[in-house]
Ligand binder design. Structure first.
Ligand SMILES: [Cu+2]
Length: 122
């Protein structure tokens, strides 16, 4: 699986070195947004990208502010075209981060972090 991934990625990576004339996918918006505070009712993360992503080669990790893994969501289940969404079990109040690892349809790896806070409900 890993090897096949590398084989598939290689030509694209080489093209990438040749120039950046094309547009690769970037995060357009997300729920929660970076820096947002959500209630304990938060139960689905959604990431919208500007270009389609390769679902099977993308994944997401939800971690606490201390870096403890809460869940890992596979793109194969989460992503369709430009939109990725995955269910989140109820979270304790605190600070969290979603690390996204996207394989853009143009062959580039795009990674980023979304930080958010869960606040105790009223
Ligand atoms: Cu690109």
């Amino acid at each position: 699986m890993r090897f096949r991934f590398l084989l598939a990625a290689l030509p694209a990576l080489m093209l990438g070195l040749a120039g950046e004339a094309h547009a690769h996918s970037k995060l357009k918006s997300s729920v929660p947004a970076n820096g947002a505070t959500v209630s304990e009712k938060f139960k689905e993360a959604r990431l919208d990208f500007i270009e389609p992503v390769e679902a099977a080669m993308s994944h997401f990790e939800l971690v606490t502010s201390e870096g403890k893994l809460v869940l890992r969501a596979e793109g194969a289940k989460a992503c369709k075209a430009k939109i990725c969404r995955f269910a989140v079990e109820p979270l304790e109040p605190g600070a969290y981060r979603i690390d996204y690892h996207i394989f853009s349809a143009d062959g580039h790896v795009v990674e980023g972090k979304i930080r958010f806070t869960v606040k105790a409900g009223q």
